[in-house]
Design a protein around this ligand. Sequence first.
Ligand SMILES: NC(=O)c1ccc[n+]([C@@H]2O[C@H](COP(=O)([O-])OP(=O)(O)OC[C@H]3O[C@@H](n4cnc5c(N)ncnc54)[C@H](OP(=O)(O)O)[C@@H]3O)[C@@H](O)[C@H]2O)c1
Length: 339
Amino acid sequence: MNRRIVLASRPTAAPGPENFRLETVPVPQPGPGEVLIRNHWLSLDPYMRGRMSTSKSYADPHPLDAVMLGGTVGVVEASRHDGFAVGDTVLAFGGWQEYALVGGDGLRMVHRIDPGLAPMQRYLGALGMPGMTAWYGLHRIIEPKSGETVVVSAASGAVGMVVGQLAKAAGCRVVGVAGGPDKCAFVTQELGFDACLDHKALTDPRDFDAALAAAAPAGVDGCFENVGGMVFEGTLRRMNAFGRVAVCGMIAGYNGEPVPLKDPTVILRSRLKVQGFIISENPADMMEAFRELAGLHGAGRLRYRETVADGLEAAPEAFFGLLKGHNFGKQLVRLVPGA
Ligand SMILES: NC(=O)c1ccc[n+]([C@@H]2O[C@H](COP(=O)([O-])OP(=O)(O)OC[C@H]3O[C@@H](n4cnc5c(N)ncnc54)[C@H](OP(=O)(O)O)[C@@H]3O)[C@@H](O)[C@H]2O)c1
């Protein structure tokens, strides 16, 4: 049987268990041109919260009663398509379920991966969408020069971890912002960032400004923004003339909270370039991004941390936790015991 989780209703604030429904249905069998994948790992990502709503966004709302979308890695269990053989390890958009049947246009999102290069779940993290996101925002928007200072929020998370390490590899001073002393210790001691500010301890903007001034004495040239709110405003205040801001995410507002920017005049005063981006709209850069990420990973220079929830039924709670900062590193769900 195939267990799957569908979107049962739309949240108006923070999502809860009532928004999801676990179903058990027979495992489908592939018809001509189709492939059956057993999903080993499911990626949980903040963008999923946006798809649960009908508010205006860059993507259509997720349909009700349909299997929740999500990136997966797994193994081809049965194939009636010439391009895929039983046993192939694949990256796919298999969704919140144990088996995915893919055919037609959907196969454009199925890619064979090399499990010899890295553990397969790494293709959902440093070597996958979050890693590509980090690479694109840093190299194509911030365009860091050696000696410059880069600040990244949600620094211990799936994207932030990679941003900081790529910026260090580019010769920058790197300041992370993360929630709590354990995450900050990881960011500096394990990932090699130069400093990390604990936003939970620096809730007064004056304290945050003083801490950032000490951590970034020459000002900030690049801001990789994942969160929004007080930390974002403080970082903008510290930016040097002609600084670059890659607006990757605003997770502080994903449950509908306001994320005000009280003083946008800073953009003019410091002549900032501010650019939002969505990684899936930039496929042309992905091979170059993958080469650099895989090279650093292979050389042991891309450290990565994962938080693993076990079993499909654990996915909703893990997802709620991701939106509250309970994850420490890339949030994954292991769908096959021992995978
Ligand atoms: N533009 C794109 O194409 C693209 C692609 C991928 C991801 N993103 C965005 O990048 C950001 C990071 O994604 P990720 O996958 O790497 O997630 P993540 O950083 O692994 O996890 C989310 C982290 O955000 C922080 N957080 C959660 N809720 C928060 C809140 N209300 N206020 C402040 N901080 C909060 C927490 O870190 P702390 O405990 O350290 O606060 C949490 O661990 C998200 O905004 C996501 O939407 C964008």
